[in-house]
Design a protein around this ligand. Sequence first.
Ligand code: C5P
Length: 237
Amino acid sequence: MNNRNIVAIVPAAGSGQRMQSTLPKQYIKIGQSTILEYTLQKLLSLPLISQIIVVISRDDRYFSTLSVANHPKITLTYGGDTRSDSVFAGLLLADDDSWALVHDAARPCVSHHDIEQLIKTVFAQNQGGILATKVTDTIKKSLDHSQLPLPQIAQTCDRQQLWAAATPQMFKVKLLKECIHKAKLQKIALTDEASAVEFCGGHPLLVECQRDNIKVTQKEDIPLAKLYLYEQGYIEI
Ligand code: C5P
């Protein structure tokens, strides 16, 4: 029988440079709680998830102060220089036969419904997959502007087949570990888990999610995250 144990891996070892804040973005407070606490609350309240491995930076001084710091479902480990190094460090603590559900610390607004939809689809198809949204904007590719004073358009992409990848991304632990390892050996830059699996020839499933599953990256994302968390009943404004 297929092993249906799910371990969530939460990479939270980034410094959040694009946020221009001295505090890593996962520790910025929205209302009464930090971004990471909302993210972990969402995962902790799903009984399908048996364990949560949170990957923090070696010099993290904040995690131990969080309300969930000593939760029995949470295990801590240290991350690396890139997101995929951090995810790999988390995978090393998970059982090879389990499923890894990797979710960015910086996506606190993901809904239970979307996480459950991903899990349901992956189990029904017995194939890894990711949450994603269809691209609705017209997407331009720029010329190589290292040579130019200002960015200029090279071409317009056909958006019919374009999706914006989100998280969670769900794969068998063993497969993901092997694919990240292989991609690293070839010096392939990985910005998500699916790209590691694609590198190994896989075609992960695309499971459409709501647009509220934003990644808090820049300052202007915070009011939007606050609004979504309010609509979901997590905070009062
Ligand atoms: O930088 P980016 O927004 O893509 O980061 C996505 C997630 O990966 C964040 O939750 C961040 O904390 C995490 N990360 C990590 N280790 C790194 C870089 C990013 O765990 N070295």
